[in-house]
Design a binder for this molecule. Structure first.
Ligand SMILES: CSC[C@@H](O)[C@@H](O)C(=O)COP(=O)(O)O
Length: 362
């Protein structure tokens, strides 16, 4: 059984409070959009897909008991509240893409005279709830596509692990806690293990919020996968001595040219991977791909409070008075990325836009 970050049934939503993990496992009730915005902003729930799902479901639980006089008033509530939820965290695009899709649905239903206000509400709730199952099935497809690509790459390049099993490195947390279940980059790791092809996974601590040490390590121990925690500053040394076959990370936003925003530290891992000839994969569902922006230069990088750097829990570790710079994400240039693993296949960054455009037209 994997960890469940989101518990939902119609009218009720709870999230596992990720600020308390791994010491305390406690669910927090999300009663509506205001709670949804706060748990996302405070990072009680985090990870690009989970942010979008919790945001949209927080609107679903708010709307569920309400009675609307007209389709117009329901549409206005949907649009206003979804746009508000987008503002909770700026870098991950999943919430924005989901909001745009649901607003388009609400507009279409408003125009359709055959649909009553109650039908419109039901259809909106159904569409929102469908995100949970879709995210898990997308992640399983990402896991299978990514495992295949990594094994093919090592077979073709004939390294020491040519026939597998392989050693891989991942950064941040992209598992069940960051999604509706199974995970993206961690889904690839899980699938390698299901195939009997995972020799070892290394996870980085992921300073300053420590998603790797607190959350990924928690998931890996829970799943009994062969895993070792390393500090962010150990990656170059790790590549030198541990014969890592591939890096696989998640994404918060992939631009049309393949430049990828992900957790701070991802970029330097990609640079070091290039130096050591280690292939670097980004695992992301289509809901993390933003074809509206041509390159990573257009991605807004969230800057978080200094306290996340100066303190560990309640304990201050930095000298009082020192200035801090705490960007939560960085952008890895497409040129450092071997492949972008999606639920529809693995794409070279330079072909991403054309391939996704083709898929969306089908
Ligand atoms: C499947 S999660 C992908 C990304 O969202 C993940 O790698 C990441 O950067 C999470 O950042 P966070 O600040 O914890 O929300």
């Amino acid at each position: 059984m994997s960890l469940q970050s989101i518990k939902y049934k119609r009218g009720s939503l709870e999230i596992l409070d990720q600020l308390l993990l791994p010491v305390v496992s406690k669910y927090v009730t999300v009663r509506g959009v205001e709670d949804g915005w706060k748990v996302i902003n405070k990072m009680q729930v985090r990870g690009a897909p989970a942010i979008a799902i919790v945001g949209c479901l927080s609107l679903a639980v708010e709307i569920h008991p309400e009675v609307f006089e007209s389709k117009k008033s329901l549409r206005q509530e949907i649009e206003g509240k979804l746009n508000y939820l987008v503002s909770a965290r700026p870098t991950a695009v999943n919430m924005k893409i989901s909001a745009d899709e649901l607003i388009t649905l609400a507009n279409d239903l408003t125009k359709d005279d055959a649909i009553s206000v109650d039908d419109m509400k039901q259809k909106f709730l159904n569409a929102t709830e469908a995100m949970l199952d879709k995210d898990i099935s997308d992640n399983r497809a990402i896991g299978a596509n990514g495992a295949k690509a990594i094994l093919q790459h090592v077979a073709e390049t004939g390294g020491a692990q040519a026939a597998g099993p392989v050693r891989v490195l991942t950064h941040c947390n992209t598992g069940s806690l960051a999604t509706a279940g199974y995970g993206t980059a961690l889904g690839v790791v899980r699938h390698l293990s299901e195939l009997g092809k995972l020799e070892h996974v290394y996870c980085t601590e992921t300073r300053p919020y420590n998603q790797g040490a607190r959350l990924t390590a928690y998931e890996l121990v829970h799943e009994k996968l062969p895993a070792t925690l390393v500090l962010d500053s150990m990656v170059a040394a790790l590549f030198r001595v541990k014969n890592v076959a591939a890096v696989v990370v998640g994404a918060d936003r992939v631009a049309a040219n393949g430049d990828t925003a992900n957790k701070i530290g991802t970029y330097q891992i990609a640079v070091v991977a290039k130096h050591h000839g280690v292939p670097f994969y980004v695992a992301a569902p289509l809901t993390s791909i933003d074809l509206q922006i041509p390159s990573g230069d257009h991605i807004i990088i969230e800057v978080r409070p200094d306290r996340e750097m100066t303190h560990v829990g309640e304990h201050r570790i930095a000298a009082p008075g020192i200035n801090c710079w705490n960007p939560a994400f960085d952008v890895t240039p497409a040129t450092l990325i071997t492949g972008i693993i999606t639920e529809h296949g693995v794409f070279e960054p330079s072909k991403l836009k054309d391939e996704i455009t083709k898929l969306l037209q089908l």
